[in-house]
Ligand binder design. Structure first.
Ligand SMILES: Cc1ncc(COP(=O)(O)O)c(C=O)c1O
Length: 416
């Protein structure tokens, strides 16, 4: 393992935390750790303390930390060409677009730098498709869902169904209608009500599993029902797979579990193993709306990020990580269910698919105590939506590592 080469060799960690608090915006509430290096599913802080990582950079480090093939691919690409702009082509972005098309069946890719940016591209292409391809410029309504999360840019935030994130930023974009996740009757009601106005709904955006909203699974038939309604009313159906994509649920993308295909697919997080990259994929017909000059991103499609993503996809294929994510996810789910059975008063539910699993606890206070206690026991975990402990380890995680993580949570539940 590479030794840690500190930028602050003479400074203590508390002093470094003080520096961070002084100079970074107060928009995050980081744990009091400064992480320095990682290997596989373990990370180490600058003082050498080891942590088992069930956060994986929030479902980003799909190959874990310092995966030799990803490190080699990034280093080789950095030595060759990091950035050229979209005024010119580069080989890694062409190879990645080719590969993603082969894996998903989508014709076209737009590359940006984050999940929010992928969703911005999706919302823009949907709007422009309705306007310039379908000749329906008034179809500006967007159907989204309570408890959804699509990112922090103004467009993505506007379709995020969690009012706490909107506070202080209103007015946001006009157009979104929010209905309960899983409720097709409410979908029909919203579509009907908007159809009677001057701005009908033209787009639906949905996460096939709500992630930040608490690892909420769609009820059977719900996503299929959205597909039917999108077909019936000529709506653009966007699946936000920023968190569920790239093998996390045991398939390349979660939509594959449902025997359907959205019109637009977004992904980011795990695709380049930690190098920033967001992707919006769509069909030839919808992509036609994006003629030259209609959308762009300076860093998008840069050879460093796209080469990293290509290597992540190749390793997932070569090492059978889709099958493994499914099998290890089943094991984790069963282990969490056993914990729930042991603590019926403290654990209220277990939800998830593959290597995205949530353990729902009886209170937000308990969730905070478990997250803090886990850290003290050398385990990184976080809670979403207040009460749900989220497990999104690297796809390379072993059964022994999952068992070790569940054992620590079990001990903490016994003690609390
Ligand atoms: C489903 C989903 N969409 C979008 C985003 C936003 O991604 P980013 O933070 O890369 O902009 C997230 C981030 O958590 C997410 O989970």
């Amino acid at each position: 393992m590479t030794a840690f080469d500190s930028l602050f060799p003479d400074e203590t960690t508390p002093s470094l935390l003080g520096r961070a608090l002084r100079h970074l915006t107060p928009s995050y509430r980081p744990a009091p750790l400064v992480l320095a290096r990682g290997q596989g599913c373990e990370v180490f802080d600058r003082d050498g303390t080891r942590y088992l990582d069930m956060v994986g950079g929030i479902a980003v480090n799909s190959l874990g930390h310092a995966h030799p093939r990803l490190v080699a691919a990034i280093a080789a690409q950095a030595a060759q060409l990091i950035h050229v702009s979209n005024l010119y082509l580069n080989e890694p972005s062409i190879a990645l677009a080719d590969k993603l098309s082969a894996l998903t069946g989508f014709d076209r890719c737009f590359f940006g730098n984050s999940g929010a940016e992928a969703n911005e591209a999706a919302l823009k292409v949907a709007r422009r498709y309705q306007t310039v391809v379908r000749g329906a410029p008034n179809k500006i309504g967007i159907l989204s869902f309570d408890n959804s999360f699509h990112g922090r840019t103004v467009g993505a935030l506007s379709v995020t169904g969690q009012p706490k994130y909107h506070q202080g930023f209103e007015p946001l974009l006009p157009g979104p209608h929010f209905v309960p996740f899983g409720d097709l009757a409410a979908v029909d009601q919203a579509l009907g009500a908007a159809a009677a106005t001057s701005t009908p709904i033209g787009t639906i955006i949905v996460e096939p599993i709500q992630c930040e909203g608490g690892i909420n699974m769609p009820p059977p038939g719900f996503l299929e029902g959205l597909r039917e309604r999108a077909d019936a009313h000529d709506l653009v159906l966007i699946f936000d797979e920023v968190q569920t994509g790239v093998g996390r649920t045991g398939r390349w993308f979660c939509f594959e579990h449902h025997g359907l295909r959205p019109d637009v697919l977004t992904t980011a997080k795990g695709i380049a193993g930690g190098v920033p990259l967001g992707v919006m994929m769509t069909t030839d017909r919808i992509a036609e709306a994006l003629q030259p000059g209609t959308h762009a991103s300076t860093f998008g499609a840069n050879p460093l990020a796209t080469r990293a993503a290509l290597e992540v996809l190749r390793v997932i294929e070569d090492d059978g990580l889709l099958v493994q994510a499914h099998a290890h996810g089943e094991h984790l789910h069963a282990a969490l269910r056993a914990l729930a059975a042991r603590h019926p008063d403290k654990v209220t539910d277990v939800r998830g698919r593959g290597l995205i699993q949530g353990l729902d606890l009886a209170s937000a206070d308990l969730a905070t105590r478990i997250v803090d206690g886990a850290r003290a026991h050398g385990l990184l975990l976080n809670a979403v939506h207040g009460t749900t402990l989220r497990f999104v380890p690297p796809l390379i995680v072993s059964i022994a590592e999952l068992d070790a993580a569940v054992a620590i949570v079990g001990t903490l539940l016994d003690l609390s």
